[in-house]
Design a protein around this ligand. Structure first.
Ligand code: NI
Length: 199
């Protein structure tokens, strides 16, 4: 249910022109519009920390296709569904999945960093979880035109996060290939990935 509400809020932010903290990021509408119409660049250099505590740079993954997903471990439905779809797509590819590096970047480093290893272990074995300081994450998300904003939960001190949740596909030289919408069917993901595989 929180997922549905987050979606509704995303639509609201889209229509109203952005969240209160728009100073820290372009508005949701601006980023979604740029992404949909292919304006500007998507992706770019980053140095983040993986779920084992090791620093990782974007350049390490050259030669592989990269599937990038921004989400948070407390997400009740949308993130786990999409991460499971990516997992199923990789399973369907069999040994060719070795050409693909799936990356989960948390947009909730404050809560997620300590649980990241356990979280990614629930999905495909090749999943890499990445975290960083809130500022580092914001910069990487901005470079991917990913929108996110905390939504206070009235029932307690916790919060959920309204986020765009698209699935990015990056090429072997780190170039942007495209994005797939949230809730993309695993079979469709498999088909899209297969087009870029060498075997
Ligand atoms: Ni989510």
């Amino acid at each position: 249910m929180v997922g549905l509400r987050a979606c509704a809020l995303f639509v609201a932010a889209f229509l109203l022109g952005g969240p209160a903290d728009a100073a820290e990021q372009p508005s949701a509408a601006q980023m979604m519009d740029d992404l949909m119409y292919g304006r500007g660049s998507v992706g770019g250099p980053f140095t983040l920390t993986d779920h084992t505590g090791k620093p990782r740079r974007d350049t390490e993954f050259r030669g592989k296709l990269i599937v990038v997903y921004f989400g948070y471990t407390y997400c009740p439905d949308v993130c786990p569904t999409d991460l499971m779809a990516i997992t199923q797509a990789l399973d369907a590819l069999g040994p060719s999945a070795e050409e693909v590096q799936p990356i989960f970047i948390t947009i909730d480093p404050e809560r997620d960093t300590k649980v990241l290893a356990a979280y990614v272990a629930a999905f495909h074995h090749s999943f890499l979880g990445l975290t960083g300081s809130p500022d580092e994450i914001r910069k990487v998300a901005n470079s991917y035109k990913t929108f996110y904003a905390k939504v206070p939960d009235e029932r307690g001190g916790e919060y959920s996060i309204d986020h765009s949740g698209v699935i990015y596909l990056m090429g072997r030289n780190g170039e942007y290939l495209g994005f797939m919408p949230p809730q993309t069917n695993p079979d469709r993901l498999t088909e899209v990935l297969r087009k870029y595989l060498t075997r």
